[in-house]
Design a protein around this ligand. Structure first.
Ligand code: ZN
Length: 400
C-alpha cells in the first residue's frame, strides 16, 4: 500500500502526464502534437497564442499574459518542447506513458523540461484564479530543438523581429534539479569550442624512424590538452567551493587517421570538446593553441566545428532589479539557493547574447537530478510545491 496522497486528480499532474505522453523525442521531431496541446492549455487559461516558424518544422509557440502596464518591458518564461532519446529497454516504466507510481511521475522530460513548462502554466492558472493581475506582460515561449543545440529554435527566434516585438526585459529558463533543499540558479554558461587538430607528416615504412612524424606531433598536442585537463581537475579537487561550471573542461572525443598497420600515415587528427570557463580570455586561449600547433612541428593546423563567443553572465547584484525580485521571493519562501555557472549549454545563451538578462532555474528540489537518464522522474509533491514557489517568483519579477 502506498502512503502517498492521491495526486492523480491534480491539474498540474494531469497536464504534465499529458505533455510527457507526446513523443517530441529526437531525431526528426514532429512538433504538431505539442502545438495542439499547448494551444488547448492556452485556451483554458485564456491566453492568446502565436506560432512562429522561422525554420520550417521548427516552431516557436508564444503565449501572452498581458500586464497592467503593457508598455513596460516584459518577462519571458522559456521552455523547450523537445526531449532527448531513450534507451527504452533500460527503463522500468515506459518512457512515454507518464505513469504515476507511488506519487512519482516517470517519463522522458519529467525534469528536462516539460515539468518546468507545466509549472509556468499552473502558476499562471493559480494567479489568474485568484484574480491577480501583474504589472508587466508575461510571455511564455515554447521552443524547438534545444537538445540539438538550439540554433534553429531559440537561436533563430532571438534574431527575429518577433522577439524584438516581445520587448523582453528579463527571462527565466531551465536550470538543473537539486538533490538538496537549495534551488540552483544559473546566471551564465561556459563557451563551447569543438576543435579538430590535424597533424600532418611524412608517410613511410612502419619499420623506420623517419623524421617529420605525425604520431610525434599528435602526441605533443594531446599532451598539451590533457595537461590543461589535469589542471582543471586539480583546481576542482583543491577547492571544494568550485563546481564544474567554474573551470575549463577538456575532453579528447575523437582520434582518427591511418590506413594500414605498417604504413606511417600522412595525417592524424585529434578532436577535443572544450568548455571554457567564463574567466578565460578566449583570444589568449586561441593564441595558446596556435603556439602548441607551432611547437608540435610543421603542418599542424586546427579548425573549429563550434566556436562560441564570450557571452557575459547575467549580473546577480543590487544593480539587477529582477535578480533582487527573485532573491526576495526565495527569501520570503525561506528557500536557500546558490548561483552557479551552468555546466552545459541551454537556450539562455542565445537570450543573453540578445542582451536580455536571463537566469536558469528549474524549481525542482529535494529530488535526484536525472536529466537525460533512464527512468527520468519527478515526485508529484515536488511539482506541486514548485507551482506555489513559482507563483511568488513570477509575481516578484513581473511586478518589478
Ligand atoms: Zn533542457
Amino acid at each position: 500500500m502506498s502512503t502517498e496522497p492521491d495526486y492523480s486528480a491534480e491539474p498540474a499532474v494531469k497536464n504534465l502526464q499529458e505533455y510527457l505522453r507526446i513523443r517530441s523525442v529526437h531525431p526528426n521531431i514532429n512538433y504538431d502534437e505539442c502545438l495542439d496541446f499547448l494551444k488547448r492549455k492556452a485556451k483554458e487559461l485564456d491566453l492568446p497564442v502565436r506560432v512562429f516558424e522561422l525554420v520550417p518544422k521548427k516552431p516557436v509557440l508564444v503565449m501572452t499574459w498581458e500586464g497592467l502596464e503593457p508598455n513596460e518591458t516584459s518577462i519571458l518564461l522559456n521552455s523547450h518542447m523537445d526531449v532527448v532519446p531513450v534507451f527504452e529497454k533500460s527503463w522500468s516504466h515506459p518512457p512515454f506513458d507518464a505513469e504515476l507510481v507511488d506519487g512519482v511521475i516517470y517519463g522522458r522530460g519529467a525534469q528536462d523540461m516539460k515539468s518546468v513548462a507545466i509549472i509556468y502554466l499552473e502558476a499562471i492558472r493559480k494567479l489568474k484564479n485568484e484574480g491577480v493581475r501583474l504589472k508587466r506582460t508575461v510571455h511564455l515561449s515554447f521552443v524547438s530543438e534545444e537538445e540539438v543545440g538550439g540554433g534553429e529554435g531559440m537561436g533563430k527566434f532571438v534574431e527575429s523581429e518577433h522577439y524584438k516585438e516581445l520587448n523582453v526585459g528579463f527571462a527565466l529558463d531551465e536550470g538543473i534539479a537539486s538533490a538538496t533543499d537549495e534551488y540552483l540558479i544559473y546566471n551564465g554558461e561556459r563557451s563551447i569550442w569543438h576543435i579538430h587538430v590535424v597533424c600532418r607528416g611524412k608517410s613511410g615504412h612502419g619499420s623506420l624512424l623517419l623524421p617529420d612524424n605525425c604520431g610525434e606531433k599528435i602526441r605533443y598536442i594531446i599532451d598539451k590538452f590533457m595537461d590543461l585537463r589535469q589542471q582543471s581537475k586539480l583546481a576542482l579537487e583543491q577547492n571544494p567551493a568550485l563546481t564544474i561550471g567554474d573551470v575549463t573542461s577538456v575532453n579528447l572525443t575523437k582520434l582518427y587517421g591511418g590506413i594500414q598497420e605498417n604504413v606511417i600515415p600522412e595525417k592524424m587528427t585529434a578532436t577535443f570538446d572544450i568548455r571554457l570557463a567564463l574567466s578565460v580570455n578566449l583570444e589568449e586561449f586561441e593564441n595558446t593553441i596556435k603556439d602548441w600547433c607551432k611547437e608540435a612541428g610543421n603542418g599542424v593546423t586546427y579548425e573549429f566545428t563550434q566556436k562560441d563567443t564570450y557571452v557575459p553572465p547575467t549580473t546577480v547584484d543590487d544593480s539587477n532589479p529582477y535578480w533582487l525580485a527573485v532573491k526576495s521571493a526565495l527569501e520570503k519562501l525561506e528557500i536557500p539557493y546558490r548561483v552557479l555557472t551552468f555546466p552545459g549549454g541551454t537556450d539562455s545563451r542565445y537570450v543573453r547574447e540578445a542582451n536580455t538578462p536571463a537566469l536558469g532555474l528549474s524549481p525542482l528540489r529535494r529530488v535526484r537530478p536525472a536529466l537525460h537518464e533512464h527512468d527520468e522522474s519527478l515526485p508529484a509533491s515536488v511539482l506541486l510545491h514548485a507551482v506555489d514557489h513559482y507563483k511568488e517568483i513570477l509575481t516578484g519579477v513581473a511586478n518589478v
